[in-house]
Design a binder for this molecule. Structure first.
Ligand code: HEM
Length: 404
């Protein structure tokens, strides 16, 4: 090899190494963010940060293990972006409630679709405030009551989200061209958010589906699964529903009044299996809490499963303790779940209807499993239970196996 060729190879190698080195420096430049502040956390790797391998594990287990290892406040990297993980209740309250103005937004994700981009859950700053204040009136008690006779089979529909987007687009288009009144969810929602609807060409009702559909259906699945594993709680719930039905004759809004046990059961299931696995906020101003400095742009992540569990008890939780009340559920300050009351009403109506007609029982020992990898809603993938039809109120009452 002549000396020109040799020096050309050398300079190519040098430039390539320099580029790789600069790239590496660039990709890892944020990795000292937490160590400089004395905050513990798992060691990140270039490109992935702490995300490597996350697609192979279940998010609830992954998050609980991290909190068990690193404690109530630690640093994590989504790629090269620092995110402070918090399960300390006082810290959470400071961020979500007291200093809400510095933590108004969720993660900034660029969506292609204008409709999805402007959903209340992904909207930011003033735009979020405008959308949120225009949809809140859709969730008054009166409107929720009006919607509940309409639920029934819709709660159990399992078609894809895209299908609903198309369906709603067509539905709203048809409604615009018709004078007819339907008194249903689409109408109630579009009535209250007329300004927003105009702006995005009638597609805004979609926002309720993404946040509200999977969470509610998942919660119902989880309740049924845990009732099957906790027959004494199922029996008491069934007995209370039966007593209510003896008076009212049918499942409706009124039987839910003065029925604290059903709230206790639902709340406890939401603690054990929270459908939204992580709740996030983005910091928009440098702040310091108890000596912990949070720079503008840092994400705050609250891992729900780890927050709701005692990290020291490693066992899978299947035992419901309906007397437990102290946990965060949907109450996360001003940007909390806008559909909370609607969801509770919807779940209670469905639960009264189902539990009054069917008994659920354990068919095998396998604990609940969840989808692996990044998920917005922790969907159960192994919630198998036995079902037995109960006698109707009019039929002679026979005791089921567990009631004997
Ligand atoms: C059991 C059912 C449900 C659960 C567990 C649930 C849970 C949550 C959670 C944890 C959040 C995030 C709160 C935060 O960031 O602080 C949220 C936000 C939200 N939820 Fe729900 N949700 C449920 C049902 C519903 C329903 C039925 C609707 C609509 C009809 C709905 C609409 C929304 C919306 C629009 C947001 C975003 C609010 C905003 O950014 O202003 N959710 N939900």
């Amino acid at each position: 090899m002549d000396s020109d060729a040799f020096s050309s190879i050398l300079s190519t190698l040098f430039v390539a190494s320099l580029v790789l080195f600069l790239l590496y420096r660039y990709m890892t430049s944020t990795f000292t963010y937490f160590s400089e502040r004395g905050i513990p956390g798992p060691k990140p790797i270039p490109i992935f940060g702490n995300l490597w391998g996350i697609w192979r594990v279940s998010l609830p287990d992954h998050d609980r293990n991290l909190v068990k290892k690193y404690g109530k406040i630690f640093g994590y990297f989504d790629g090269s972006n620092p995110s402070l993980w918090v399960t300390d209740p006082e810290f959470i309250k400071a961020i979500f409630v007291k200093d809400f103005d510095h933590f108004t937004n969720r993660r900034n994700i660029t969506f292609e679709s204008k409709v999805v981009r402007r959903m209340v859950s992904s909207a930011r700053g003033q735009e979020w405030k405008d959308i949120r204040s225009s949809i809140t009136p859709a969730f008054t008690t009166g409107k929720i009551k009006r919607l509940i006779p309409l639920l029934g089979e819709r709660v159990f529909l399992t078609e894809g989200f895209q299908f609903f987007i198309r369906l709603l687009e067509n539905l709203i288009k048809e409604r615009k061209e018709s004078e007819q009144k339907y008194q249903d969810f689409v109408e109630a929602a579009t009535e209250t958010i007329t300004d927003y609807t105009k702006e995005v060409d009638g597609k805004s009702s979609v926002l309720f589906l993404l946040a509200g559909f999977d969470t509610t259906a998942t919660t119902l699945t989880n309740i049924i699964f845990l009732l099957a594993l906790n027959p004494e709680i199922q029996n008491r719930l069934h007995q209370e529903i039966k007593n209510k039905l003896k008076i009212s004759g049918e499942v409706n809004h009124d039987i839910l009044i003065d029925f604290p046990y059903i709230d206790q059961v639902i709340n406890e299931v939401l603690r054990v299996y929270p459908p939204v696995p992580r709740v996030e906020r983005e910091c928009n101003k440098d702040v310091t809490y108890n000596g912990i400095e949070i720079k503008k742009g840092t994400m705050i992540t609250v891992p729900s499963f780890a927050l709701h569990y005692d990290p020291d008890s490693g066992a899978p939780i299947t035992k419901l303790n309906v007397t437990r009340t102290l946990f965060f559920r949907l109450e996360w300050g001003l940007r909390n779940c806008v559909g909370m009351r609607f969801a509770m009403e919807e779940i209670k109506i469905a639960l009264c209807t189902i539990v009054s007609q069917f008994r659920f029982f354990r068919v095998r020992e396998t604990p609940m499993q969840f989808d692996k990898g990044f998920i917005q809603v922790t969907q159960p993938v192994n919630a198998i239970v036995g079902i037995e039809r109960r006698p109707t109120l009019a039929e002679p009452q026979q005791q089921t196996e567990t009631e004997k």
